[in-house]
Design a protein around this ligand. Structure first.
Ligand code: C2E
Ligand code: MG
Ligand code: MG
Length: 681
């Protein structure tokens, strides 16, 4: 889990759309500001240019006035003479140094309450006009043109019948003001009245110009907008595809990893408790083999639909791979036990409903649950480490728990427990070291003697493997045989044991020791191998040992795999002269029928018959009848796991042929066994 592919996909998913959106907004704001500034500067430019022209006219008028005075005219004559050259609606206002009026032409006068200055080529003093009505804002700035008023008036059609031309020339702004002009005769102050007019056509030109500017800026904005929207849609589509499970049409594992992680992170500091569940369809491959791959996929699709309907708000699910689904469920309760109960109830009902998903076919579902419970801090607050929110790891725990239910009909749900992880680690360790162990001969043959109950002498032995690991010490078979059976390595170990026993028997012969039959356990997995009898024959013949001294123990469960092959192999082994025994008779399933078809030599009663404090009366009846049955079929009987004297007496009385158990001896290394044999005369 957590492969490079997933990391790359995650990186791609994180590629955000935000930069495009930010660029789009930025460009839009920038363009709007640019248009506004452009219009502002343009208007200011037009106005100041006009004012500057007017000022030049004022300066000219002042120079003329100086000239006329020098020529000997009185102030009144000069003013009158100048008036003839002044434009219509203009005027002249002359004061003495103390601003006492001397001459005033025109209809209005400067309003000295409204004095301002603007700096163009030089500092120009601007004074308001007494005939103009100024609002408070006007007083703050004489040339702050109220644009909204100008535009409103510009587009207002007067009711009078005017020609198009007249209408265009109509002034929408008529700003009167006075400009102070410097004179050579400094004892006078000279003011010239001007009118700043904005005509309707000016406004229309301005609007048209502004609109062109806006349009030109709008093109990149629209382009950017379209691009951003396209990027958003694309991103959404790709994200959807990234999270799509091609088989079910629902969410995939990447989605689960991302969003389950987010949910857990969001609630990591509160009391909410979640469970990561692995839901597994048992024997899915078999289902596909029977009904077709398409039917299998349809089943997964229906499961997807079912889970969609059953998951609540704040819960998610996805297909992991194969026929495994991952779920993140919310658990209700106040404490660990209540969370477990609630989760178990939910998952149980899910499994029950899922079983009925296909009425015509029988389906089996198993689930592994990992409760992600927050820790409780000293102050009573709930919290969860960020590090512990590793979805793959949590799912792995749920998977470990589910593996515990494997091949079990009655146990469908399992909760994760730390010991399971230890077990998994152990499995891995065994698998990593088994080959070296075989090569380095770390597997050792131990022998457990089989005694004759009548004279209590050794009449046989069972070879039992022990793993003498350099790191772990002596490891018992129950800790590694099931793992080797599952991964198939057991066949190699069985071969190893056969060879070692054959070699040992050959050595005993050379050493002139008492020859006794030794039994070797053959795993059920071995019986699937073709030509097994021949193979065993070759292994034994490599050391020239006598076949009748070797007994092969087959466990009862092997009789259920493929009975025909088993019967055939047993017959061949017998034909080669080997002895064959049924090990652990009485465990699991009774295979009396197998006894009928197979020419077995020995029946080994399972240790379980002799377990428990007081082996019950019913148990004794079964043992008695089993011995009778074996004798009737002309088989020898071995009782395993005998630990008590009474058991030995009971079996002796029944005529049991051999007894193997701790009462006499435990399994021991070969050297120890040889010593025991020597004493056993
Ligand atoms: P098994 O073949 O039924 O072997 C008998 C088991 O019962 C042995 O356990 C033995 O130590 C134990 N036993 C014998 N007498 C007593 C007794 O009085 N009390 C108790 N409590 N136990 C007793 P072991 O050696 O741990 O082996 C366990 C199983 O592992 C064997 O059961 C056999 O199925 C398997 N096994 C052992 N060696 C091999 C091997 O070389 N190949 C294969 N395929 N399986 C092996
Ligand atoms: Mg055995
Ligand atoms: Mg046994």
């Amino acid at each position: 889990m957590g492969s490079t592919r997933e990391k790359k996909m995650e990186q791609f998913r994180k590629k955000k759309i935000w930069p495009s959106i930010v660029i789009f907004i930025g460009v839009t704001v920038l363009c709007t500001c640019m248009v506004a500034m452009f219009v502002m500067f343009f208007t200011t430019y037009v106005v100041t240019t006009k004012v500057e022209q007017m000022y030049q006219k004022s300066v000219l008028a002042g120079e003329n006035f100086d000239h006329l005075i020098e020529k000997g005219m009185t102030i009144g004559q000069a003013a009158e003479a100048l008036g003839d050259f002044m434009p219509e609606r203009s005027g002249i206002y002359i004061t003495d140094e103390n601003q006492n009026e001397i001459i005033s032409t025109g209809t209005s006068k400067p309003d000295f309450d409204m004095v301002g200055s603007i700096y163009l080529s030089e500092n120009i003093i601007v004074i308001g006009d007494s005939g103009q009505d100024y609002s408070q804002e006007d007083k703050d700035s004489l040339f702050m043109i109220p644009m909204e008023k100008v535009f409103a008036e510009a587009f207002e059609r007067s009711g009078e019948d005017v020609t198009e031309d007249e209408w265009l020339r109509e002034a929408v702004l008529d700003q009167k003001f006075w400009l102070q002009t410097p004179l050579q005769h400094q004892q006078y102050q000279f003011y010239v009245k001007h009118t700043l007019q904005i005509q309707r056509q000016d406004v229309i030109y301005m609007c048209a110009f502004g609109m062109i500017a806006v349009l030109m800026l709008l093109i990149p904005i629209v382009f950017l907008f379209v691009n951003t929207i396209r990027a958003i849609i694309m991103q959404q589509k790709i994200t959807k595809l990234l999270y799509l499970d091609m088989v079910t049409g629902g969410w995939n594992w990447l989605y689960f990893q991302t969003f389950a992680g987010r949910i857990l992170s969001r609630h990591r500091n509160n009391k909410k408790v979640y469970a990561v569940v692995e839901l597994h369809v048992e024997r899915y491959h078999n289902y596909c083999a029977c009904y077709g791959v398409k039917a299998g996929e349809e089943l997964l699709e229906s499961m997807n639909g079912f889970l969609r309907a059953r998951t609540m708000k704040g819960e998610i699910y996805s297909r992991y791979e194969g026929a495994d689904f991952a779920l993140l469920l919310c658990c209700k309760g106040q404490n660990e036990e209540e969370y477990r109960k609630d989760c178990q109830k939910r998952v149980c009902s899910l499994l029950a409903e899922l079983t009925g998903l296909r009425t015509e076919q029988k389906l089996h579902f198993h689930a592994g649950i990992y409760i992600v419970s927050p820790r409780v801090a000293e102050n009573g607050r709930h919290y969860m480490d960020r590090k512990s929110i590793d979805i793959s790891q949590l799912y792995n725990c749920a998977n470990t728990a589910r593996m515990e239910t494997r091949c079990q009909e009655e146990k469908r749900i399992s909760f994760f427990d730390e010991r399971m992880l230890d077990k998994q680690l152990w499995n891995r360790k065994v698998e990593e070291n088994m080959e070296t162990a075989l090569r380095e001969e770390e597997f050792q043959v131990y022998l457990q003697p089989k005694y004759s109950p009548t004279d209590e002498k050794i009449v046989g032995a069972e070879a039992l493997v022990r793993w003498n690991s350099p790191t772990e010490g002596i490891i018992m078979p129950s800790r590694f045989i099931p793992i080797l059976e599952e991964n198939g390595f057991i066949t190699q170990l069985d071969d190893y044991m056969i060879s070692h026993v054959a070699k040992l028997l050959a050595e005993w012969k050379i050493q002139g020791r008492k020859m006794i039959p030794v039994s070797i356990n053959i795993s059920r997995a071995h019986f699937a191998q073709e030509g097994l009898a021949e193979h065993i024959c070759q292994l034994v013949d490599a050391y020239g040992s006598r076949h009748e001294l070797i007994e092969l123990e087959v466990t009862e469960s092997a009789f259920f795999d493929d009975k025909d092959i088993l019967v055939e192999t047993v017959k061949q082994l017998k034909a080669y002269g080997f002895h064959v025994s049924m090990d652990d008779f009485g465990t699991g399933y009774s295979s009396l029928n197998s006894l009928k078809d197979m020419p077995l030599d020995v029946l080994k009663l399972d240790t379980e018959f002799f377990r428990g404090e007081n082996s019950s009366e019913r148990g004794e009846i079964i043992v008695r009848e089993a011995i009778r049955l074996a004798k009737g079929l002309n088989m020898r009987i071995v009782a395993e796991g005998i630990e008590k004297k009474e058991q030995v007496e009971f079996l002796t009385e029944l005529g049991c042929d051999m007894i193997q158990g701790f009462y006499f001896a435990k399994p021991m290394p070969v050297s120890e066994f040889e010593e025991k044999m020597e004493k056993d005369v």
